[in-house]
Design a binder for this molecule. Structure first.
Ligand code: HEC
Ligand code: HEC
Ligand code: HEC
Ligand code: HEC
Length: 178
């Protein structure tokens, strides 16, 4: 019995570890790379739609007077644009191992595509992107409510609740049909 449960635990642990390894190996490439193929109006301009939301302004926001006030009330001292307690939700891939941060990734681009869709290095090539299943196996995330809740939660000092359906409408960027 003892041996059996030890084996079960070992198998479960190795499954968890390989999952972590698979998630961890993709590099972040930055929004400009995605924009190359996702800005055409004919396909719905996901890049243009993203630009029209507040997500790309999330880092810039940390330099505002409101941000300084927020920081003060949250007990965070110093420049909010340098504070890990703010950067983790107001930028993309904060705290990820530096070997996985590509040159194209800039904090100033705020909450970028890859914050929701996963690190892109292994799915951005045209041949992979065209094949949805392959893209997903190479790290593409089809985001759900859970993706949003990583940042839209009560740990945000300005949290006022989060309604997925309504919020999603404000940031939706569907492909054009036809
Ligand atoms: C070389 C061109 C190219 C680049 C670069 C690229 N994509 Fe794509 N992407 C495509 C094509 C082609 C499709 C297939 C559907 C279509 O035609 O819109 C696609 C589909 C997608 C889909 C839809 C998946 C689905 O079926 O639901 C997502 C999400 C996506 N790309 C995200 C990204 C992100 C994020 C980046 C940057 C990290 C990126 N793409 C970079 C060409 C590209
Ligand atoms: C857990 C994630 C998270 C953390 C940590 C976080 N924020 Fe935010 N912040 C958000 C989200 C999400 C919003 C959008 C408002 C909302 O719907 O909650 C936001 C909005 C804001 C706004 C805009 C004001 C408003 O009411 O919309 C400011 C300013 C701000 N944050 C500053 C900060 C500062 C400064 C810190 C660090 C002390 C910080 N945030 C830490 C997620 C976070
Ligand atoms: C990496 C953290 C992060 C993730 C993941 C995230 N958000 Fe946000 N979101 C923010 C921050 C930070 C702000 C505040 C930006 C600002 O105003 O400076 C924000 C603002 C918004 C706003 C405000 C209105 C606007 O015009 O942009 C909406 C709506 C929103 N998010 C929806 C979503 C939805 C829906 C998801 C999931 C599909 C999501 N967010 C995922 C961090 C995040
Ligand atoms: C705040 C999170 C968030 C950000 C940032 C974001 N997306 Fe998305 N994206 C989503 C969600 C949620 C969906 C819908 C997933 C589904 O089909 O259920 C989606 C869907 C898509 C689709 C498929 C659309 C369709 O009609 O099926 C493409 C393509 C895409 N995103 C590309 C991008 C690109 C390119 C960027 C950056 C310029 C980006 N996304 C930024 C959350 C995000």
């Amino acid at each position: 019995m003892r041996i059996r449960s030890a084996v079960v635990i070992a198998v479960a642990l190795s499954a968890v570890c390989s999952l972590a390894a698979a998630e961890g190996k993709h590099k972040y490439v930055g929004v400009k790379k995605c924009a190359i193929c996702h800005k055409s109006e004919a396909k719905g301009s996901q890049y243009g739609k993203w630009l029209s939301t507040n997500h790309p302004k999330a880092y810039e926001r940390l330099a505002s007077p409101e941000a300084k006030e927020t920081a003060k009330q949250a007990g965070v001292s110093g420049d909010p644009q340098q504070a890990p307690q703010c950067l983790r939700c107001h930028t993309t891939a904060y705290g990820v191992d530096s070997s996985l941060l590509g040159e194209g990734l800039a904090a100033s681009d705020g909450v970028q595509c890859e914050a929701c869709h996963g690190a892109g290095s292994d799915y951005v090539s045209l041949s992979v992107m065209k094949d949805r299943a392959r893209a997903i196996s190479q790290g593409l995330v089809i985001p759900t409510k859970e993706t949003c809740l990583k940042c839209h939660n009560p740990e945000s000092p300005n949290y006022k609740g989060f309604n997925f359906e309504e919020s999603y409408k404000k940031i939706a960027h569907p492909r054009s049909k036809g």
